[in-house]
Design a protein around this ligand. Structure first.
Ligand SMILES: NC(=O)c1ccc[n+]([C@@H]2O[C@H](COP(=O)([O-])OP(=O)(O)OC[C@H]3O[C@@H](n4cnc5c(N)ncnc54)[C@H](OP(=O)(O)O)[C@@H]3O)[C@@H](O)[C@H]2O)c1
Length: 163
């Protein structure tokens, strides 16, 4: 199984500030739903709490990472990256959906990243690695420039180079 991630980045590869995303595009929410489909997701406990109602995503297998001893309705709770990866391998398809600490820890295991590039740079305190500057990654798909409420964005796909 290839491990995928999906992330929306601002022009400086910032992904959020103070626990949330300062600018969210409706088109990106739809794109997120289309790309994740009914696949499993790996999500950090804090990002899950930022979802509507603070609950796991409906209609898919949620693997929630936490160090706490929690039971979360509608989710498989795991306590470290190894356990999360083992849970992911039991699924047909799995995407890492954040947040910052989760992207960072799972980055070495990622094969494919769906990136929404938003042409704004509101102040961020969390960043995704700049894949354009990383020789291990190729941009394999670059969508056309689109606009929502005057904000430019595009959907891109990056694949890790294999030796
Ligand atoms: N732009 C995007 O596409 C996007 C997508 C998602 C999130 N974000 C942004 O990312 C930011 C949130 O990121 P974050 O780093 O603060 O939170 P996070 O990664 O969502 O969650 C962090 C929590 O996950 C748990 N965790 C992380 N690593 C773990 C490990 N190895 N083992 C066990 N548990 C682990 C811990 O939970 P416990 O504290 O319960 O132990 C930790 O406090 C926000 O600004 C959000 O908007 C952006």
């Amino acid at each position: 199984m290839e491990l995928e991630a999906i992330v929306a980045v601002y022009a400086d590869w910032g992904i959020g500030a103070k626990g949330t995303q300062p600018v969210v595009l409706k088109a990106d929410r739809r794109h997120f739903r289309d790309i994740t489909g009914d696949a499993a997701v790996i999500v950090g406990r804090k990002t899950m709490e930022d979802f509507p109602g603070g609950k796991p995503l409906k209609g898919r297998h949620n693997i929630v990472v936490t160090r706490q001893n929690l039971e979360i309705e509608g989710a498989q709770v795991v306590h470290d990256t190894e356990e999360a990866l083992a849970a992911a391998r039991e699924q047909e398809r799995c995407l890492v959906i954040g947040g910052a600490s989760v992207y960072r820890q799972f980055f070495p295991y990622l094969d494919l990243v769906h990136v929404t590039k938003i042409e704004l740079a509101p102040p961020s305190d969390s960043f995704f690695p700049d894949l354009d500057a990383d020789p291990d990654w190729d941009c394999v798909e670059e969508g056309p420039r689109l606009e929502e409420d005057g904000v430019g964005y595009r959907f891109c796909t990056y694949r890790r180079r294999r030796a």
